[in-house]
Design a protein around this ligand. Structure first.
Ligand SMILES: [Mn+2]
Length: 347
């Protein structure tokens, strides 16, 4: 079956309204939109008198932990999570891919009639037979708005600023999935929704501080080391940075502290591709690839999913990753050669 909506908002709202003990989950390693989605819908259903059971699996970045209140969700780092006793509906948000739902895959497969979903990705599997899929939405929380409106739950208290509301969780998903309204997906509808959420009492300044200004003290020191390792190649179009285990030790940082660091060289006009290599074992380097969208509509860009595939990695067109079985400096040479090949081939 094609990955598209199979029900309308009124039909899905009726399923949700009838549930007393809904199980809410999302993809492994939830990001701001995934967490925002389960919290937003969980809060809306709680307002209707239900007892939502929110279950999350995999590491969660500490920058978004404060979106939830203590005890608002259950969490396992790895392993299975089955719905709590009395579960009468399972809601899968921000994904429709079996590969991202290992933590509850067996249960979902065994109970398809109880599974519904809301997603904004273009591709997915038949995880939720009854689902709303809207790839025109920049975040899954945006796709939830018409559903929560259908349920008749207010998004927030109004102009009084309040934390831990439906609106705040929605705003967090919208802001993080659009790079705080900078990415191409941030269109007129996104800005209209942002305005509505702010008018519902979202404290965007508190959220920005919590999500984007929560670095560890060692992070700028690690950034300095990465930048001092920066080498340009391919006429300045490719930037490659390296971080060794010694760099992490000297700055008191961990891999968790890397978020977004690969993007630093993107501020340079000529740079099309940025690669960050991190030594994970003496002979194993982890590569993160990023590329810029085209400078003009329909213009050329580098498909880093394609580049990462050369090393059995993958991801998205503008963000991908791979593991390279070589020491850091050798891995840097290998990556530069792959970029040269790609760009010579007319990319
Ligand atoms: Mn998302």
């Amino acid at each position: 079956m094609a990955y598209a909506s199979t029900v309308n908002h009124a039909q899905l709202a009726a399923r949700l309204r009838a549930s007393r003990r809904p199980f809410l989950t999302t993809h492994f390693k939830p990001d701001g939109d995934a967490l925002g989605s389960v919290l937003a819908l969980g809060r809306a259903l709680r307002a209707l008198g239900a007892q939502p059971d929110i279950a999350l699996a995999g590491p969660i970045d500490r920058s978004i932990l404060g979106l939830a209140q203590p005890g608002e969700y259950r969490h396992v780092e790895r392993g299975a999570l089955v719905p709590a006793e009395g579960c009468d509906l399972a809601v899968v948000l921000d994904t429709g891919a079996w590969s991202q739902l290992e933590h509850c895959r067996d249960w979902l497969r065994a109970n398809p009639s109880m599974v519904v979903g809301v997603d904004h990705h273009a591709r997915g599997d038949d995880v939720a037979p009854e689902r709303i899929v809207d790839p025109s939405c920049a975040s899954c929380t945006q796709a939830l708005v018409p559903l929560v409106d259908e349920l008749g739950v207010p998004l927030g208290p109004g102009t009084r600023r309040a934390r831990h509301t439906v609106a705040e969780a929605m705003f967090a998903g919208l802001a993080t999935d659009t790079g705080w309204f900078r990415f191409s997906g941030a269109d007129d509808r996104v800005f209209s929704l942002a305005a509505r959420l702010l008018a519902s009492g979202v404290d965007k300044d508190a959220l920005f501080r919590m999500i984007e200004q929560g670095d560890a003290p060692g992070r700028p020191l690690l950034t300095a080391r990465a930048l001092s390792s920066l080498r340009y190649s391919c006429g300045g179009r490719v930037a490659v940075m390296r971080l060794s285990r010694a760099d992490f030790e000297a700055t008191g940082t961990r891999v968790d502290d890397l978020a977004g660091l690969v993007n630093e060289p993107m501020s340079v006009a000529e740079v099309e591709v940025s690669v960050l290599l991190v030594e994970s074992e003496p002979r194993l380097s982890k590569a993160s690839f990023r590329s810029k969208p085209p400078a003009l509509p329909g213009g050329a860009f580098v498909d880093v999913n394609h580049l990462a595939a050369r090393f059995d990695g993958g991801g998205h067109v503008h963000a991908a990753g791979a593991r390279i079985a070589a020491p850091l400096d050798e891995a840097a040479d290998i990556v530069v050669r792959a970029c040269e090949d790609y760009l010579d081939a007319g990319g």
